[in-house]
Design a protein around this ligand. Structure first.
Ligand SMILES: [Zn+2]
Length: 161
């Protein structure tokens, strides 16, 4: 740990507080200049792997998801905060099933579900792009099935129709 004031390398912890479930806040004091500063220690989330339609995989990238949503909401009355929250909610939802691999289609389905509630025009835009990536003949059925199997994996009660 390097002191932000004098770049001395030795610090001591003067106070430790749990700030929330995912990060620990520590007050530190530099042993060189005796200034105090705060550090946050975060638990690194395990990698989430996305499986694409062609079988290839990639790590889940919230930034890529944010860009996809940003394209759909261009010039729509949706704020950056709402986009951030949507990305966070989708990531939390993906991790909640406790599966290491998630199908790319499920991410698209979750985005559509969120956009539908947020802005109908953005939803239509996203759906028209997403539809090109799915090969299934019945688009709506595929989306429904993805959401249903995800919620089942998560342990939710699912109504069978
Ligand atoms: Zn210092």
């Amino acid at each position: 740990m390097v002191c932000p004031f004098c770049e001395h390398c030795d610090t001591k912890v003067v106070d430790k507080r749990e700030s929330d479930a995912v990060s620990t806040r520590r007050r530190r004091e530099c042993l060189g200049c005796h200034q105090r500063f705060t550090t946050y220690e975060r638990v690194e989330q395990p990698d989430l792997v996305v499986t694409k339609h062609d079988g290839r995989t990639e790590s889940f990238n919230p930034e890529k998801l944010r860009k996809g949503i940003a394209l759909a909401i261009a010039k729509r009355p949706v704020t950056g905060d709402q986009v951030d929250r949507t990305v966070e909610e989708i990531e939390a939802e993906l991790r909640s099933a406790k599966r290491r691999e998630v199908p790319a289609g499920l991410i698209g389905a979750l985005v559509m579900e969120k956009l539908k509630a947020l802005d109908h025009v953005a939803y239509i835009r996203f759906a028209s792009v997403y539809r090109d990536f799915t090969s299934a003949s019945s688009f709506q059925d595929e989306v429904k099935e993805l959401l249903r199997s995800h919620r089942e994996a998560r342990g939710d009660k699912v109504e069978h129709s």
